[in-house]
Design a protein around this ligand. Structure first.
Ligand code: G3I
Length: 332
């Protein structure tokens, strides 16, 4: 019966027997998705897709600081633990997002008026409590998220203003102390091509490595825009220079903002599919690019709230992007 269903699926062209993760495994690539916890808890259409196509999950929001330490010193791991059990049950890897960010921080933090020593303690305690809690379960953490400014240099955040530029190095050291086996990543957006921001990131991680700070990789979020697509050659160059530092690359939050595209929906979806395929291909070709994660599963749940940024439409039907990724993984 199952075989007949698969055959039927193949005939009507909606699915194939092998999920993306199965096609990706022989190419040494992990394929993941950011998880909406409400969907995970009660939508079988959603979990069917996850279990067929992905071997990595990351919480879209549930493991950020506002969720995990809503009151000072009071940690809440309920949703993260649920995702962790789900991942374990389904043989998936759990990626951690994120230990330190300037957004989605709890009110007690932003209103705290903490001095340097106290904020250092807050940072250390948060990183170490969360990383220790998920020790052995999270295989890779976004330790620091989005700390470089879009216009160059360090971003002006509460962490940096109070703690100084070297808070980043200390954040990585605290994370490594708490979980020596998790891979530790710096993660940012608009930094996939060769540009001012990616140059700053490159210089920063180069210095971290030179100083012996425990960093294993760089996350390229890749929230791309269809009307201003990135140069694939530059993505390749950027991955290559990070490889030169011995750093891994994870594509951590891939999606395509499709608004503003002039053309039919079919043309828009075809152009989006091509972008997905080009990026998966560039990752497959780069020795150090090991993970491709999409920032959500269906268009209906995307933070972008318009167009078709993801691999499934709002009705859980695969978009052309899904088949394009399939082809890339099959080397077609
Ligand atoms: O939890 C509240 C809920 O109680 C309330 O009813 C609801 C009303 O709008 O808001 C809920 O919080 C929202 C939360 O998502 C959960 O849905 C926040 O307002 C909203 O700001 C938050 O947006 C998230 C955003 O990060 C926050 O900056 C997006 O879902 C999430 O996709 C996005 O993810 C980020 C990555 O972490 C880092 N890189 C960029 C990426 C996209 O912005």
């Amino acid at each position: 019966m199952k075989n007949q269903l698969i055959l039927l699926g193949l005939l009507i062209g909606t699915s194939s027997a092998q999920g993306l993760k199965d096609l990706a495994a022989p190419r040494n690539l992990d394929v993941g998705a950011a998880i909406n916890m409400f969907q995970l808890m009660d939508n079988p259409d959603y979990t069917d897709i996850l279990e067929k196509d992905f071997n990595v999950v990351v919480a879209e929001n549930a493991m950020k600081m506002d969720a995990s330490q809503p009151q000072r010193g009071e940690f809440n791991f309920a949703l993260g633990d649920l995702l962790s059990s789900y991942a374990q049950k389904n043989n998936m890897k759990l990626r951690g997002h994120t230990l330190l960010w300037h957004e989605q921080v709890p009110k007690w933090m932003t209103d705290g008026n903490f001095g340097k020593d106290e904020l250092e303690e807050v940072m250390k305690n948060h990183i170490q409590t969360v990383a220790s809690h998920y020790k052995g379960r999270v295989y890779a953490w976004d330790v620091v998220n989005e700390a470089i400014s879009d216009s160059g240099g360090m971003r002006d955040t509460l962490w940096r203003r109070t703690l100084g530029d070297d808070f980043i190095a200390r954040a990585f050291r605290y994370a490594r102390e708490a979980d020596p086996n998790a891979k530790l990543f710096y993660n940012d957006y608009n930094s996939e091509t060769m540009n001012r921001k990616s140059n700053d990131i490159f210089e920063m991680v180069k210095k971290l490595k030179a100083d012996g700070v425990p960093i294993d990789g760089v996350g390229m979020q890749m929230h791309l825009t269809l009307v201003a697509p990135p140069s694939i050659t530059e993505i390749q160059q950027n991955m290559k220079r990070l490889e030169g530092l011995g750093l891994e690359v994870h594509i951590t939050e891939f999606d395509v903002r499709t608004t503003g595209f002039m053309g039919t929906v079919a043309e828009r979806n075809a152009a989006t599919a091509k972008l997905y395929k080009d990026v998966v291909n560039v990752c497959l070709q780069a020795k150090n690019c090991t993970t491709f994660i999409v920032w959500g599963v269906t268009d209906g749940q995307s933070w972008l709230k318009a167009g078709s940024p993801l691999m499934w439409d709002a009705f859980f039907k695969p978009n052309p992007a899904y088949f394009a990724v399939q082809e890339a993984l099959q080397g077609k």
